[in-house]
Design a binder for this molecule. Structure first.
Ligand code: A2P
Length: 329
């Protein structure tokens, strides 16, 4: 079996560390791996498959080493600067930042939904927003069966979505220490504020969910709105979705489709998933499926996933796995 040389960019961050775990867990065919971060943590060590690796400082010559894939999670600025450098050397970049997601010629991919858009020519591929990834997996099923007309998201997002900075603010809150990263306390609290506010009253996180949902599902006219809320949970985003469809919804057909989906864990009746059920898991957990009594062809559902794995690292590595499987690299 062919093996691949991998660069992990942002290796000391929360998603970077999870890239390492997911590569190990999924037994990704790695020939060699090099870990990059900023000057701050160059020289520190990371552990991969039981061996210590020294973290290198990322610079313009980092990709002169014949990599096949570069997994990026080092923020938008780093991606904007270094992804084109890597791509110019023939490296396939899978980027977890939001920098490339909405650019017209860049593919934004959740493998279960739209891997068919990928070609051999895609050298920078965008990994979507965490809450969006776990939402479009069940939405794609609904769309295929009944056609989506409108989607309203309300999210309950874990602090690990902000990386170690968010987790520290929650941990410190237990000891009554004021937050450093968040504007308001997250311990024993929640706030409808993720990323910066825009002039229209939405936040950037809400706009990401709206724009990225349309792009991934290939539904440029879909009516979609979102309210994104940060909650005092360490790992696991939950999304409540209110969905209206074009055609009447056959609930037993939809239930069967969810039960048979290899990437969905479906919870029936009064059973439902919580963040604690998904920590360390790569699947999307769906429950609370019910008819919306206030709307024709309307339903409610609840989706929970590990935001650092399926919402970030796992999805990126699944994109790489797809490219390998389909001989696109
Ligand atoms: P460093 O440890 O050197 O700061 P998180 O999203 O959890 O905050 O992690 C961000 C990751 O991106 C870290 O590994 C961080 O490395 C890395 N990073 C930040 N800025 C740069 C940069 N300019 N070049 C390379 N890596 C960077």
């Amino acid at each position: 079996m062919k093996k691949y040389k991998i660069a992990v960019v942002g290796a000391t961050g929360m998603v970077g560390q999870t890239f390492i775990k997911v590569l190990e867990d999924r037994k990704f065919p790695v020939s060699e791996v090099v870990f990059f971060a900023s000057k701050r943590s160059a020289g520190s060590k990371v552990l991969f498959n039981g061996l210590d690796y020294v973290v290198e400082e990322l610079d313009e010559s980092s990709f002169d080493q014949g990599f096949d894939f570069a997994l990026f999670s080092a923020g938008g600025e780093t991606s904007l600067k270094f992804a084109p450098i890597a791509a110019s050397k023939g490296v396939v970049v899978i980027d977890n930042s939001s920098a490339w997601r909405m650019k017209e010629d860049i593919k934004l991919v959740v493998p279960e939904v739209n891997s068919h858009v990928l070609t051999k020519d895609d050298l920078i591929i965008a990994n979507p927003n965490c809450s969006t990834i776990q939402s479009v997996v069940p939405l794609h099923v609904i769309n295929e069966l009944f056609g989506l007309k409108r989607v309203i998201y309300s999210t309950y997002q874990a602090v690990s979505g902000s990386g170690y900075k968010g987790v520290m603010d929650l941990k410190n809150g237990y000891e009554n220490i004021a937050p450093v990263f968040y504007k308001k306390p997250i311990f024993d609290n929640c706030f409808p504020h993720i990323d910066d506010f825009l002039d229209n009253g939405y936040t950037k996180e809400e706009k990401k969910m709206m724009d990225e949902t349309r792009k991934i599902l290939g539904l440029s006219d879909l009516n979609v709105s979102a309210t994104c809320v940060r909650i005092p949970v360490t790992v696991g985003h939950s999304v409540s979705m209110n969905v209206e469809c074009i055609k009447p919804i056959d609930m037993s057909q939809l239930t069967t489709a969810f039960k048979n989906h290899k990437d969905i864990v479906f919870y029936e009746g009064t059973n439902y998933p919580t963040p604690k059920d998904v920590d360390g898991n790569d699947l999307v957990h769906v429950g609370r499926l019910r008819k919306d009594l206030s709307a024709e062809n309307g339903i409610h559902l609840w989706a929970v996933a590990d935001n650092v794995r399926k919402g970030a690292a796992t999805n990126a590595i699944q994109i790489a796995e797809y490219l390998i499987k389909e001989n696109l690299i």
